[in-house]
Design a protein around this ligand. Structure first.
Ligand code: XMP
Length: 497
């Protein structure tokens, strides 16, 4: 057939195609180094205003990130992005849960009144899961403090005695602006575990506990906002203004515009108007080309890259469209880096080596789904199949996830089941234990990669990284070969699971 479209270019020219590569096509070229991997600094900007100690995000998927995962990953220095297959009120509750998790000052204090009986207070403390409570009068003034030790039977306190008879009435209190160090000194000095915070009139404002202070010290890499609360990201649909506003008000640090193809005029307009309305940073995704990056860098606080690389994605086979991931990252980073807009590489990362290659190709951070879906902190139960333990992992474009409300990510209207055109599958992934040990393997491998390239920090790594192309023979050589693997390594399995 002749080309009738008045197009001077023959169709066959369309097949003179540029090459696009992915993780297995390249390796980092080793360079002279003086860097000890353990000392390599992995801190990074993940959006214009948010810095993380680890360049790692957990995917906004209903089998990966809810409050538990977000709390765990933020405590260790990364960021969880809450999925959006839940009502807006649930999003708000999850954001608040993360923000309260390592709160130094407890605002929602369980209190006792002086006229309650010892038995009533004991029941109440058991129910609320606390081991002590400030005793306050009707005006909120602190009269004393009552704890398990005050009401144990051997102290000869009767069940029906009143709280004011059993409480300790010499209370050590502090002002609201007390530093953690001073609060801890007070606790050691007076051999107590909690200090009520009061105003000028001795009215209760909050409570600071030894457990809270020590926990905070344990997580010294944690991602925290200016008030010391853990950071959290929230996925919002491009037209979900309500969720965006509510999450922003609840204190979300970054909103992630969650769309499979964000290089779409109405998605960009929606994202732009969300950005105008919120205080949180707004990351726009997913994209995979220079032109898409150019279309959003004037307002986006970050961009997320990934058109079909995910382990559960069928976008490329269903739609015929996509961009091999490492080329997509590099193309987007070409443009985004000129505007100081951080780039997040989302999807397709099976090994720590893939993650550090993504950064070498221009990403500032990586987002992973399947890598973390098998951990304790991911939603869902552990299931056993043929003697092995698994957890469910499904694409947000799978039938099951779309039925629970995620269809508009794929720019689809609500439809009957048999009319859905899924772009993902439902699967199971091996159970892996704690997030902490998975993160340790991931980041440890990335730091070793920095060592091979001789870079002490991620910006330096991005400058120094050079790639070589790998043939299929080279790929085979790069995996264990000509042996029978007898023991599982914590960071390697032949199929990347
Ligand atoms: P990994 O490879 O880490 O990928 O498991 C996670 C990322 O995959 C994207 N995602 C999907 N892509 N169909 C897709 O084409 C889907 O059903 C789907 N669900 C998730 C998403 O960007 C995620 O972070």
């Amino acid at each position: 057939m002749l080309n009738m479209a008045n197009d001077p270019e023959p169709f066959s020219e369309k097949l003179r195609v540029p090459e696009a590569l992915t993780f297995d096509d390249v390796l980092l070229r080793p360079r002279e180094s003086t860097v000890e991997p353990d000392e390599a600094d992995t801190s990074t900007m993940v959006s214009r205003n948010v810095r993380l100690n680890l360049p790692v995000l957990t995917a906004a998927m209903d089998t990966v990130t809810e409050g538990d995962m977000a709390i765990a990953v933020a405590r260790h220095g990364g960021l969880g992005v809450l999925h959006r297959n839940m009502p807006v009120e649930a999003t708000v509750a999850e954001v608040e849960r993360v923000k309260r998790a390592d709160e130094l000052v407890i605002r929602d204090v369980v209190t006792a009144s002086p006229d309650q009986t010892v038995r009533e207070v004991d029941d109440m403390m058991n129910q609320e899961g606390v081991s002590g409570a400030p005793v306050v009068n009707e005006d909120g003034e602190v009269l004393g403090i009552i704890s398990g030790t005050d009401i144990r039977p051997y102290l000869e306190v009767g069940d029906r005695d009143k709280v004011h008879e059993a409480m300790t009435d010499e209370v050590i209190t502090a002002r609201e602006d007390v530093t953690p160090r001073n609060a801890l000194e007070l606790m050691y000095e007076h051999k107590i575990e909690r200090v009520p915070l009061v105003d000028d009139e001795n009215r209760l404002l909050g409570l600071i506990t030894m457990a809270g202070i020590l926990q905070r010290r344990e997580y010294d890499m944690a991602s925290r906002d200016e008030d010391g609360h853990l950071r959290v990201g929230v996925a919002v649909g491009p037209s979900e203004t309500d969720r965006a506003r509510a999450a922003d008000e609840a204190g979300a640090d970054i909103l992630f515009i969650d769309c499979a193809h964000a290089h779409n005029r109405s998605v960009i307009e929606d994202a732009r108007s969300i950005k105008r309305e919120v205080d949180a940073d707004v990351v726009v995704g997913n994209i995979g080309t220079r032109e898409a990056a150019a279309a959003v860098v004037d307002f986006a606080d970050g961009v997320k890259v990934g058109i079909g690389p995910g382990s559960i994605c069928t976008t490329r086979v269903v739609t015929g469209a996509g961009m091999p991931q490492i080329s997509a990252i590099a193309q987007v980073a070409d443009v985004a880096s000129q505007h100081d807009v951080p780039v997040i590489a989302d999807g397709g990362i099976r090994y720590s080596g893939d993650a550090i290659k993504a950064i070498g190709a221009g990403a500032d951070a990586v987002m992973l789904g399947s890598y973390f879906a098998g951990t304790d902190e991911a939603p869902g139960r552990v299931i056993t199949m043929q003697g092995k333990k698994y957890k469910q992992y499904r694409g947000m474009g799978s039938v099951g996830a779309m039925k629970s409300g995620g269809g508009d990510r794929y720019l689809k209207d609500e439809q009957e089941d048999d009319e859905l055109v899924p772009e993902g599958v439902e699967a199971a992934t091996p159970y892996k234990g704690t997030l902490e040990s998975e993160l340790h393997q991931l980041v440890g491998g990335m730091q070793s990669g920095m060592g091979y390239v001789g870079a002490e920090s991620l910006p330096e790594f991005k400058r120094r990284a050079e790639f070589v192309r790998v043939s299929s023979a080279g790929q085979q050589e790069g995996h264990p070969h000509d042996v029978v693997i007898t023991d599982e390594a914590p960071n390697y399995s032949p199929d990347g699971q």
